[in-house]
Structure formats: C-alpha cells, structure tokens
Ligand binder design. Structure first.
Ligand code: RP5
Length: 176
C-alpha cells in the first residue's frame, strides 16, 4: 500500500496468525501499514526489495517477525537506517529462545529492538512503532497518551472492584 508508515515483514506465512493483535493496534491508531512475506534465508533479494520499497513509500519503522534461526530482523536492520523491531516467534522447538537470542544478540552497531516472544511481542512491537511515529506527530502523541491513561484507569477500576468484592467474588465474576 502506498504511504504505509510501518512495514511488517514476516519470515514465513506460518508467522502470520501471530500478527492479529499488533495489526489491531496499528489500525486503532489509524497508522497505514503493509505486511510482506520475505525470508532472510530463502529469499534474501526479495527481503532487500521489500525494505527499499518501504523506505521509498515513507515507512518510519519496520517490524520483522521470524522464528528459528531468525536472521530476518538483523538482515533488515543491516539494509536500512530505519528503526527495526524484532518479534521472536515461538517455533516448533526451543520455545522461541532461538529466535529471541538471534534478535537480541545483534553485534554492536546494528541493533534490533527485540520484544517478547509471540503475540504479546507483536502487540508491543506495534505499540513501539506508534511511539516512534508519535515523536514527529503531536496528534498521535496525544492519542497515545490517552491510550496509556485508559490502561491505567482499567487497572484502578479492577483494584477498586477487588477491594469491594473480595477475592472469591472477584474471581467468580472474572471467570463468568
Ligand atoms: C522462519 O522459520 C520463519 O519466520 C518461521 O517462523 C520459521 C518456519 O518457517 P516455515 O517452515 O513454517 O515456512 O524463517
């Protein structure tokens, strides 16, 4: 999509189900994004082309999602000066630790902002992208501040209810 502010690139279409929550966050903030499939190992030239295209279209952050020997975020980071956020995928073995270390243990000079493994990481990656975009967008910054305030209010509301009802009733109502 022309004008996408965030590129999300996944190492395989098997990573796509993970993206739901993160994509929802970007939509909530009205941020145009594009999702591409491109493997650092299986289609390196295509990955480079995706990065070039995203830069040309004005992307300001890239979210790279990959599992196993997850070279994708590092390779993307080496191809661009845009900030790259890496989401480790919980693969079929090693519980995603392989991907986590591949992203977090980048050599000095080419960082990948690595978030949590799996769906939570995908949501946090999207939130981080919003924060990056908000640096140069006052209206977005305001929206993000309201989002945070809503989160805080929700915790306070839960605590208030717990104080009022006690543990047993609270859990019963929560599980209904
Ligand atoms: C990684 O290998 C991908 O990001 C994916 O998480 C994993 C497995 O890929 P498939 O074999 O499912 O295509 O490169």
């Amino acid at each position: 999509m022309s004008g996408s502010k965030v590129l999300i690139i996944v190492g395989s279409d098997s990573d796509l189900p993970l993206l739901e929550g993160g994509a929802k966050v970007l939509e909530e903030f009205g941020i145009p994004y594009r999702i591409r499939v491109g493997s650092a190992h299986r289609s390196p030239e295509h990955v480079k082309a995706c990065v070039r295209e995203a830069e040309a279209q004005g992307a300001q952050a890239i979210i790279a999602v990959a599992g196993m020997a997850a070279a994708l975020p590092g390779v993307v980071a080496s191809e661009t000066t845009l900030p790259v956020i890496g989401v480790p995928v919980e693969g079929r073995s090693l519980s995603g630790m392989d991907a986590l270390f591949s992203m977090a243990q980048m050599p000095q000079g080419i960082p990948v902002a690595t978030v949590a493994i799996g769906r939570t990481g995908a949501v946090n990656a999207a939130i981080l992208a919003v924060q990056i975009l908000a640096l140069s967008d006052a209206a977005l910054r305001e929206k993000f501040t309201a989002y945070r305030a809503k989160m805080t209010a929700s915790v306070l509301e839960k605590d208030g209810r717990l104080q009022g009802s006690g543990l047993e009733k609270y859990l019963k109502e929560k599980n209904q």
